[in-house]
Design a protein around this ligand. Structure first.
Ligand code: CAA
Ligand code: FAD
Length: 325
């Protein structure tokens, strides 16, 4: 829970690529646990490590590397892809800030004790640290198609009072914080989708060499073998895009376009490979027995959160236009 957090703050002080690989490995078994780890590390911890004051880091990073779970609260009922059209308001009141509004779709929020909340105020969007005991109200828990072990709730803020010391990165700096951190987070989701696709592949492929029809293992029919080979190629392309984006980030190179490409493509591959994996296992693939169908249901979210596939394509397209016009 503190993969990149310094040892002094109770973390592992590992690299960004290590965090990406941890997210990938967890997703091979359970994409819900993977996204819990992803949001907590690549969004919440990273905001604190990058923009937090020494005092904020000293207080919060050890708790987040320990038992406290964090949430990243940007989206709202009327502000999803248009992420900065926020209606949650922050108003100064003496030394405090008072927040009113609501957030929607917040991962980890049912269990979380620590919330990074983006709200609109006089100087634009500001990022605040809030804790559950300050009065963050956890409302509706969504019933979802996939990643059902990951909580997703609506949050309400009714005169939520936050001390000025809990502003992170400075007043009006929330837009910059969110946009920069989401680029890193997108590599995390690419890793989640990559791990998920590998997990489905690893479950289904051995079955195709055990299951016999017409006197031979079904995986050795050319129609099946070529599908499996094609899926292995797709997995490798997703892996290389994801690791390349992580490498560029670590080397301090631009990585916005590469992160968008990795997230977009890994989400496509996850849906394709997990869908095919069900078919490779035949009837049993369609049952809950093998767990393959769960990977397929979990794969759908990759094209939606941390920027939909259209938003990733829009980001990539803008880079191409800049390069070629
Ligand atoms: N990185 C850096 N800068 C970016 C950027 C990016 N990824 N995308 C856009 N920008 C910059 C543009 O270059 C532009 O800058 P200038 O004004 O200097 O030219 C500016 O931002 C505005 O960009 P656009 O006009 O292209 O875009 P927009 O205003 O229509 O939308 C956006 C911008 C809100 C960032 C949108 O592209 C976007 O990413 N929406 C998705 C929001 C999102 O990812 N939410 C995730 C919530 S957290 C979450 O989901 C966690 C989870 O599930 C687990
Ligand atoms: P909309 O923005 O309404 O999009 C609807 C459709 O319109 C999509 O197909 C989209 O691609 C398309 N569209 C929108 N704008 C454009 C455009 N300019 N060009 C082309 N097509 C467009 N948010 C958080 O802040 N924190 C979290 O922890 C978090 N976790 C989430 C967990 C889950 C399970 C889910 C479902 C969502 C989560 N989100 C979280 C919110 C997520 O980031 C948003 O759902 C996502 O950004 C899309 O916003 P939206 O749902 O409002 O869809």
């Amino acid at each position: 829970m503190g993969i990149e957090t310094s040892v002094d703050h109770g973390g592992s002080e590992a690299s960004f690529t290590s965090a990406i690989i941890a997210i990938e490995e967890l997703a091979k078994i359970d994409p819900s646990v993977s996204v819990m780890c992803d949001v907590h590390n690549t969004l919440v911890n990273t905001v604190l490590r990058t923009y937090g004051t020494k005092e904020q880091q000293d207080i919060w990073l050890p708790q987040l590397a320990g038992s406290k779970l964090g949430s990243f609260c940007l989206s709202e009922p009327a502000s999803g892809s248009d992420a900065f059209a926020l209606q949650t308001r922050a108003q100064k009141d003496g030394d405090d800030w008072v927040l009113n509004g609501s957030k929607m779709w917040i991962t980890n929020s049912y269990e979380a004790e620590f919330f990074l909340i983006f709200a609109n105020g006089y100087k634009g969007i500001t990022c605040f640290i809030a804790t559950k005991d300050m009065g963050v109200q956890i409302a509706k828990k969504e019933q979802k198609l996939g990643i059902r072990a990951s909580s997703t709730c609506t949050l309400n803020f009714d005169d939520l009072r936050i001390p000025a010391a809990n502003v992170i990165g400075g007043e009006g700096k929330g837009y910059k914080i969110a946009i920069e951190i989401l680029n890193e987070g997108r590599i995390g989701i690419a890793a989640q989708m990559l791990g998920l696709a590998q997990g489905a592949f690893d479950k289904a492929v051995p079955y195709t060499y055990e299951r016999k029809q017409f006197g031979q293992p079904v995986g050795t029919f050319q129609g099946m073998a070529f599908q499996i080979a094609q899926a292995a190629v797709e997995l490798e392309t997703a892996r290389l895009l994801t690791y390349n984006a992580a490498r560029r980030k670590e080397e301090g190179k631009s990585f916005t376009k590469e992160a968008a490409m990795a997230k977009y493509w890994a989400s496509v591959v996850a849906q394709r490979v997990s869908g095919q994996a069900i078919e490779w296992a035949g009837g049993v693939g369609f049952t809950r027995e093998t767990g393959i169908e769960k990977f397929w249901r979990d794969s759908k979210i990759g094209a939606i959160y941390e920027g939909t596939s259209n938003i990733q394509l829009q980001t990539i397209a803008k880079f191409i236009q800049k390069e070629y016009s």
